[in-house]
Design a protein around this ligand. Structure first.
Ligand code: SF4
Ligand code: SF4
Length: 389
């Protein structure tokens, strides 16, 4: 297992700055020429979510896509940008075109000739090595690629705490297959197992995490941009996520993906397991990183002993963070309803309503809403003891 993570400073999205940082990031492995052969097709698996302006820090920034695509071309291979957008959006040509336009990828394709995927077919695959997911559906461009470069973005996530290299690969599942998993797999620990299974199936040649401007707070779609000024790279998505957790100050036991990896005995899952090439992780720690209300209570991060596990299961709803609709912001677009895996949302008279009894607290609606109209409110009990439980 190659646990190296190359960390490079990158202060801005200027072409020269990003181009240098990407070249330095892959240099310890001998550059992309060591991975790709002339004529190969290499999918750049970006984070498209629902398509957003680059300055909102929701999607992989086009400047980073541009630099990585150029490096793939230098190796003689052909880059193809692909992703299935996030919760609530169908995987159609029309949706892809809209998301590409909003994210600046259409402009990039015009400027550089980068191929954007519009093939919306997918195929079921069997994965005997999966712990939870042994059969799932994957978008065709990923299945047909010679290699995948995982081009993720560092963001907080209301359900999985952080979204990074492992979580980004969940986007190879088409459209509504993603919320369907939330309906079937309701705990974050089991969901993290699915994320690991999918990541091990895709097995990207390389993961590059874009954290020039990351997202803190209510990520992955409604948080605030945060200047971090880094690009992280490695062949192991887990290693990249472990380093990102240390940089943001997320203890490994509070990082569901790392917890799932530890339970399987897969390394790396702790900062000390990572071979950092570049500045030490402690020197890169972002001060006062803002977490979503689903992550930390006033007393800090939740504990993960056996007692906490039992109490958390017993008090699941009263200890959780509830999604509430801000009626004044709601446009009635219905995207939250489409994203809800358990049909807990209705739209009546152009306003969204959530049935709290049906809600499983997956926060797909929060991720789907482009109007910041879903607020996450901590219950009284969560406020009182959330830091311990
Ligand atoms: S809450 Fe958001 S996603 Fe849902 S209908 Fe209102 S604006 Fe649309
Ligand atoms: S209403 Fe509840 S179950 Fe439905 S998407 Fe939102 S958080 Fe998930």
């Amino acid at each position: 297992m190659d646990n190296r993570v190359r960390i490079v400073r990158c202060a801005s999205y200027g072409d020269a700055s990003v181009g240098r940082a990407v070249a330095e990031a892959v240099e310890p492995w001998g550059g992309f020429g060591a991975f790709f052969k002339p004529g190969q097709r290499v999918v750049l698996k970006v984070n498209l979510l629902r398509g957003s302006r680059p300055e909102e820090a929701v999607t992989t920034h086009p400047a980073v896509v541009k630099a990585v695509a150029a490096a793939v071309r230098e190796a003689g291979a052909t880059p193809i940008l692909a992703d299935s957008p996030g919760s609530g959006l169908p995987y159609t040509e029309r949706t892809l075109e809209k998301c590409y336009r909003r994210s600046g990828y259409l402009g990039l394709a015009d400027e550089t000739g980068l191929e954007l995927n519009y093939d919306t077919t997918s195929r079921e695959v069997l994965f005997d090595d999966g712990r939870v997911a042994k059969k799932f559906t994957v978008i065709t461009p990923v299945l047909e690629a010679d290699a995948v470069v995982n081009l993720c973005k560092l963001k907080t996530h209301t359900f999985t705490m952080l979204t990074g290299a492992v979580k980004n690969l969940f986007g190879v599942l088409p459209g509504f297959d993603k919320p369907a998993y939330h309906a079937r797999i309701r705990t974050v620990d089991n969901f993290a197992d699915v994320l690991l299974d999918v990541a091990f199936f895709v097995k990207p040649a390389f993961s590059i995490m874009e954290a020039v401007v990351a997202m803190e707070g209510n990520g992955p779609g409604a948080g605030e941009p945060r200047n971090v000024g880094l690009i992280l790279a490695g062949t192991s998505p887990l290693a990249v996520d472990t380093a990102a957790g240390a940089i943001t100050g997320l203890p490994p036991e509070n990082h569901p993906v790392l917890r799932a990896a530890a339970a399987r005995g897969i390394e790396p899952n702790r900062p000390e397991d990572v071979d950092v090439v570049g500045p030490a992780l402690e020197a890169l720690r972002v001060p006062d990183w803002k977490w979503p209300p689903t992550v930390a209570g006033e007393g800090g991060f939740a504990g993960y002993g056996p007692l906490q596990g039992i109490l958390r299961a017993l008090l699941r709803n009263s200890l959780s963070v509830q999604p509430r609709v801000r009626r004044e912001r709601c446009t009635g677009c219905g995207l939250c309803r489409e994203s809800c895996p358990v049909s807990a949302i209705s739209v009546i008279n152009d306003k969204s309503y959530i049935d709290e009894k049906l809600c499983i607290r997956c926060y797909c609606c929060h991720e789907a809403c482009a109007h910041d109209a879903i607020q996450l409110r901590r219950s009284l009990l969560h406020r009182l003891v959330g830091g311990r439980f």
